[in-house]
Write a protein that binds this ligand. Structure first.
Ligand code: NAD
Length: 331
């Protein structure tokens, strides 16, 4: 079975993916600069998988450090999670986002090429679908982001498509995630952002735990069943299993493909709040604020391509996602 390098391997989605890959029999090497993760996560991955996992504290902006990882291990495939991901921050600091996200992917691909490793799973995002498409989003729809973060994803996708055009030995999957939430059922891994969370679920969980006052719901007058925004929330373990299916598919298929990873079902902000209330057993205070510029009313995935190509589909319920997130915060 092959060896997979996971960049951003100590992060939220990377750590869950590491556990799933190890369980499926792959060898795993982790790379992370720990800018948004804790070293302890590596011990938790080892505890959950019952094996030692090589970890390199390295920055993808330091190309020599990336080469050192490839010299130390024979890498067969890479899953590339590492990067900056906060939409609001990307609006305030566009140059930092373009610098880190684009340069990290450039360095990684250059080093992969040097070491004859040309199999790559890339973390893209539903943010590439922009404002003008109708739900459900299919992979053929035109891309167009509303913020620098989303634009870095579109540019990286384009970079990888160009790479494949120039050299057909590259095998690339561009996985477009919808809204990952939830945590490993042990509670040992999870999403624990530093400072005030940017994403809805970690924010709701902090309010539920009494660490923040109330949830700010941005927009109560959208054209959706209860007026609040609708998103496609997917359990992070389902998402992680999607990556195992992706690596396995790339073992026998060349080319470059974009694939949505979502559930194909949308939930509103109020449904999320109520699901967390059920998990924690008490009411969660919230207030309806004005809409945020750039937010769309509803977003969910067409999941047919993932099912057809990868033989994968999400299985876990919204209740389980909220329960696992709540448990992980309790731990
Ligand atoms: N979480 C989401 O809602 C979501 C949605 C769609 C797409 N994505 C994408 O999925 C990927 C993973 O997201 P996540 O939620 O696990 O984020 P995360 O911040 O938890 O994980 C990213 C990891 O990369 C590391 N990192 C950042 N810059 C680095 C660098 N230059 N060199 C080495 N390591 C670096 C961070 O320390 C972190 O551990 C990101 O590319 C993100 O854009 C996430």
């Amino acid at each position: 079975m092959s060896t997979v390098l996971i960049t951003g391997g100590a992060g939220y989605i990377g750590s869950h993916t590491a556990v799933c890959l190890l369980r499926a029999g792959y060898s795993v090497v982790l790379l992370d600069n720990l800018s948004n993760a804790e070293r302890q996560t590596v011990s938790h991955i080892e505890a959950l998988s019952g094996q030692a996992v090589p970890f390199h504290e390295a920055d993808l902006l330091d190309k020599e450090a990336v080469r050192a990882v490839f010299r130390a291990h024979k890498i067969d495939a890479v899953i590339h999670f590492a990067g900056l991901k906060a939409v609001g921050e990307s609006v305030a600091q566009p140059l930092r986002y373009y610098h880190v996200n684009l340069l990290a992917t450039l360095h990684l691909c250059e080093v992969m090429d040097e070491f004859d490793c040309r199999t790559l799973v890339f973390s893209s995002s539903a943010a590439v679908y922009g404002l003008n498409n109708r739900v459900p989003f299919t992979e053929e729809m035109p891309t167009g982001a509303t913020n620098p973060y989303g634009r870095t994803k579109i540019m990286q996708e384009q970079m990888l498509r160009d790479l494949h055009t120039a050299d057909s030995r590259w095998r690339v999957l561009l996985l477009r995630y919808f809204n990952p939430i939830g945590a490993h059922e042990s509670g040992l891994l999870g999403e624990n952002p530093r400072g005030v969370p940017n994403n809805l679920l970690p924010y709701v969980i902090r309010v539920a735990a009494g660490q923040l006052d109330r949830v700010h719901v941005f927009g109560g007058d959208y054209d959706t069943p209860d007026g609040t925004g609708v998103r496609d929330y997917i359990h992070v373990m389902d998402l992680a299993e999607g990556h195992v299916a992706a690596v396995s598919w790339l073992e026998t298929h060349a080319g470059v493909e974009a694939v949505n990873l979502g559930t194909g079902h949308g939930s509103s902000v109020l449904e999320i709040i109520h699901a967390v209330e059920a998990a924690c057993g008490h009411e969660i205070p919230y207030v309806i604020d004005p809409r945020r510029p750039g937010d769309i009313a509803a977003c969910w995935a067409d999941t047919e391509k993932a099912r057809r190509l990868l033989g994968w589909q999400a299985a876990r319920s919204l209740e389980q996602m909220c329960r696992d997130s709540w448990n992980s915060l309790q731990k």
